[in-house]
Design a protein around this ligand. Structure first.
Ligand SMILES: Nc1nc2c(c(=O)[nH]1)N[C@H]1C(S)=C(S)[C@@H](COP(=O)(O)O)O[C@H]1N2
Ligand SMILES: [Mo]
Length: 198
């Protein structure tokens, strides 16, 4: 018997529990959006448990091998946005350039205004993790993290720091902004790790 073409996977199979799909790109953050007059006002520090601390400007970022990634993002407030395309630098590339020491087990992401997020070194270095300067073929808008943001699609999107200014490699796990406010240290959307008690 002929049943026709195999069906593509349903969106529901791509959407973690208790999330709904939105076609829009919501803007969500604490604090205010930085508007840089020019990119000399921006740099990225890579430090902590590394052999080669780095102070990178935007040109340095663009000189690294560039990578593209397609993925879905899941905000802990309940929206998921499917089929994003990002361009930037793989987190592995940055870690290699800084020569991260073997004793580094966690990462603190530092954004403008002292906002932070924490994650394990494995989450940071995952194949799908990147630092993105573009979304869907266009440079990030100020609201979405211009000039550079982290993207960790396998974690709730709050870990994906916008307006990234520092990457600190540490031995201990230091809770970031939302993690101090009751959010989960890992934040796996498939396990619904929303709050620290989940
Ligand atoms: N610097 C910074 N990055 C941040 C946040 C923030 O408050 N400050 N919020 C996070 C949260 S909760 C989400 S859902 C995403 C939202 O990214 P978007 O505004 O590009 O959709 O950014 C994350 N990155
Ligand atoms: Mo979020």
């Amino acid at each position: 018997m002929y049943f026709g073409k195999p069906k593509p996977p349903k969106d529901t199979e791509r959407v973690p529990p208790n999330q709904h799909v939105t076609k829009t790109f919501p803007v969500l953050h604490a604090g205010s959006v930085p508007y840089y007059k020019d990119l000399t006002e921006w740099n990225l520090q890579v430090y902590g448990l590394v052999n080669r601390p780095l102070l990178l400007n935007f040109e340095d970022i663009m000189k690294f091998p560039q990578t593209k990634a397609g993925n879905d993002i899941h905000c802990v407030t309940g929206w998921s946005k499917l089929d994003n395309s990002w361009e930037g630098v793989s987190t592995k590339t940055i870690a290699e350039a800084a020569e991260v020491k073997p004793e580094a087990r966690f990462v603190i992401l530092h954004a403008e205004e002292g906002w932070t997020a924490n994650l394990s070194i494995d989450d940071f270095l995952k194949e799908t993790s990147l630092l993105a300067h573009s979304h869907d073929g266009e440079p990030l808008t100020p609201e979405h993290g211009y000039p550079l943001r982290a993207v960790f699609p396998h974690r709730y999107f709050w870990k994906s720091a916008k307006w990234l200014r520092g990457i600190q490699f540490t031995k201990q796990n230091h809770p970031g902004f939302w993690e101090k406010n009751g959010y989960h240290m890992e934040g796996d959307p498939w396990k619904e790790e929303r709050f620290s008690w989940d």
